[in-house]
Design a protein around this ligand. Structure first.
Ligand SMILES: Cc1ncc(C[n+]2csc(CCOP(=O)(O)OP(=O)(O)O)c2C)c(N)n1
Ligand SMILES: [Mg+2]
Length: 300
């Protein structure tokens, strides 16, 4: 991997991290309403996978969608303004944190809701011979939804170019995976005959490399694939609602993808990347704050 590419990946990860940290601050200051689910700790997943996707490819995401959206678009103003309910928001302030729709990017807060839809979208890409692939991100908790298996079944039966990325942070809100999941995650898609890869790393370079191989293979054979990324949610589920013991958090902090990243940069480069991301977020916040509310009559 070239130094430039590596920096590009780091740049995106740090933008997502600082964005999410600021979003949590803005909520606590009462400057955002609705809800939010920070992507802190999982940045390497979005950046590693989405950096291989192009304009024609469709991405479907979930309640924890900011990292996926920023990895694809870097549209900090659009996302922040959306969460503020502003006209210049990516969905004119109507979608909020969880319901984004822009440039082949969609997100929905109802777990598993979009899985049958992504199978249909991938089938359309295949029938139209576009060469595009569809990627759906789901969490481990979503493996409790029957739609996931209906989707695996049809995706395999019709052999459609659907990449399902399961971000296994081992927890769903407050329920650890040990209380909700029988057997192994990888055995589930494999039972439907879907090629499945499982990765146990938070290193963006490794995720980038491996997902690149999977995606280029999918572009050739147009078959479904499931990528399981074992990772860590370092922040709360939503806002200030982390029920895990502090000891557990300090243990998983050692796997922070940004720590791995930091180790590979000079002090100067790290400070520069942080400062650049901070500036982008600062400017975006200013622009979003100063713009018009979507529903002025409710804002009074
Ligand atoms: C069908 C449905 N049931 C319950 C919820 C409430 N809910 C929102 S996020 C969440 C946990 C999701 O866990 P997981 O899929 O592991 O994703 P993570 O939050 O860990 O990223 C729950 C239960 C929901 N959004 N949709
Ligand atoms: Mg989870």
């Amino acid at each position: 991997m070239t130094e430039n590419l590596k920096k590009e990946l780091f740049r995106k990860m740090i933008l997502i991290r600082l964005f999410e940290e600021r979003v949590l601050e803005l909520f606590s200051l009462g400057m955002l309403s609705g809800t939010t689910h920070a992507y802190i700790g999982q940045e390497a997943n979005a950046v590693g996978v989405i950096s291989h996707l192009n304009e024609e490819d469709t991405i479907f995401s979930n309640h924890r969608c900011h990292g996926h959206y920023l990895a694809k678009t870097r549209d900090v103003v659009g996302l922040l303004a959306e969460m503020m309910g502003k006209d210049i928001g990516v969905c004119s302030g109507l979608g909020g944190s969880q319901h984004i729709c822009n440039q082949n990017f969609f997100s929905n807060g109802i777990q598993g809701s979009y899985m049958p839809i992504v199978a249909g979208m991938a089938l359309a890409e295949k029938l139209n011979n576009t060469g595009a692939i569809v990627t759906a991100f789901i969490g481990d908790g979503t493996l409790g939804e029957g739609t996931v298996y209906e989707t695996f079944n049809l995706a395999s039966l019709y052999q459609v170019p659907l990449l399902t990325v399961i971000e296994n942070n081992r927890i769903a809100q407050t329920t650890p995976i040990t209380l909700s999941l029988a057997g192994s995650i990888a055995d589930r898609p494999r039972a439907f005959g879907i090629s499945t890869t499982e990765m146990d790393t938070t290193d963006v370079e490794v995720i980038f490399q491996c997902s690149g191989e999977i995606i280029s293979q999918m572009r050739k054979d147009k078959k479904p694939h499931v990528l399981i990324l074992n990772s860590q949610r370092l922040g709360p589920h939503s806002k200030g609602d982390d029920s895990r013991p502090l000891a557990e958090i300090s243990e998983i902090r050692k796997l922070d993808p940004l720590l791995l990243m930091e180790d590979q940069l000079t002090v100067h480069d790290y400070a520069l990347l942080r400062a650049q991301a901070k500036e982008i977020i600062c400017q975006a916040e200013k622009e979003a704050s100063e713009s018009e509310m979507r529903f002025l009559e409710y804002a009074k």
